[in-house]
Design a protein around this ligand. Structure first.
Ligand SMILES: [Mn+2]
Length: 360
């Protein structure tokens, strides 16, 4: 049996400046990617992992310079007992100008960077780890059938790419042909969520989410790989999560209840996006900005998306035949409810004028 930790898509030094959160959070998040990389190594050491597999996109080439590679290799070299295997992905490909070519990896670090299948053999573990790495910006379909494996070894394969052919620029593997191979475990990277595809095939997903597009648990997989049998365990490990919530107001909603509900879901760790929907009384609407600001202290990070209507708008809508027509028109459109809400709110505020907001 060989004990494997499978991770991928850490994206060290990803700038994150286009995210919805401000740049100071992006800077912290970049540091947290380094911290989590170290935590993964600590975990591996404590739990006596034999092989740490990083299935591509360990870092972002564009921002990962020689200083960062020194820092990374220095970190890895402090975990002598661990064997760390790096597969190159589309963001850290072994291209002509790859930073990987500038520095010798430490003795315990193995680079799988050729786009022809290659393997690294660990005699003491009776294990071979195969990989097809990235050496350029795009690839089409990659065939992995007909590989002649030596069954005296535990055979593991690392790949970085897609299982659907819709995005043809990214390496595409056919799941059926992967299923037909005799690999004891196939460690996939590129998709940022954990996906359990077969007893011996999985995407680990990224250990840390990067924005609101990456919700749910993030972590890595620990696998006991035996000849022809795997025991997999997904370990949630991220320092923070990105979560989305909705609060629906109605005519009877009051300040205390709203504050109570929001404090109930809040924590000082995760990234929150909270949609405020429904009809809100004009009185509460006037206070809302102030209330939201006071709630922010209970979060590490929160963004409120205010889609509420003011009650008076709704009343005007029912009474005024033109507004009524407008709301019918919007409601009959074949679009998302959240977009309808926003269109109604925007349209009504333009038709009625913002003075209505202040009517008590
Ligand atoms: Mn990728």
């Amino acid at each position: 049996m060989v004990k494997v930790l499978h991770t991928s898509d850490i994206h060290l030094e990803k700038q994150l400046l286009n995210s919805t959160y401000p740049s100071e959070y992006a800077v912290s998040r970049r540091n947290e990617l380094w911290e989590t990389t170290k935590r993964i190594l600590d975990y591996s050491k404590i739990n006596q992992v034999d092989l740490v597999l990083i299935a591509g996109d360990l870092f972002e080439s564009e921002y990962f310079l020689l200083g960062e590679l020194y820092r990374l290799y220095d970190l890895f070299s402090r975990y002598e007992s661990l064997r760390i295997l790096i597969l190159t992905g589309n963001h850290d490909s072994f291209s002509k100008n790859s930073i990987y070519k500038q520095l010798q990896a430490p003795k315990n670090v193995y680079l799988l960077c050729s786009d022809r299948i290659q393997y690294i053999e660990f005699q003491d573990l009776k294990t071979r780890v195969y990989g097809i790495g990235w050496m350029k910006d795009s690839y089409s379909e990659i065939k992995v059938s007909n590989i002649d494996l030596d069954h005296n070894y535990i055979n593991i394969l690392m790949l970085h790419g897609n299982l659907t052919s819709t995005d043809k620029d990214y390496m595409y593997f056919d799941i059926n042909s992967l299923n037909k191979t005799d690999f004891d475990y196939i460690a996939l990277g590129h998709i940022h969520s954990f996906m359990d595809l077969a007893e011996n095939i999985a995407y680990s997903g990224s250990p840390e989410p990067l924005d609101f597009g990456e919700q749910g648990e993030k972590g890595f997989i620990i696998i006991d790989v035996n000849k022809g049998a795997c025991i997999k365990n997904f370990i949630p490990f991220s320092k923070r999560k990105f979560t989305t919530h909705t609060y629906a107001f109605d005519e009877n909603s009051n300040e205390e209840e709203f504050i109570h509900e929001i404090l109930n879901i809040s924590n000082d760790k995760d990234f929150f996006r909270i949609y405020l929907n429904g009809v809100i009384s004009a009185e509460l609407s006037i206070k809302l900005d102030y209330i939201l600001k006071s709630l922010m202290d209970s979060f590490y990070y929160v963004e409120f998306i205010n889609n509420t209507y003011i009650e008076q708008y709704r009343k005007s809508m029912d009474q005024d035949p033109y507004l009524n027509e407008f709301s019918k028109y919007i409601n009959n459109l074949n679009i998302d409810d959240s977009i309808k809400e926003r269109a109604l709110k925007k349209g009504l505020s333009m038709i009625i004028g913002d003075s209505c907001v202040n009517v008590k």
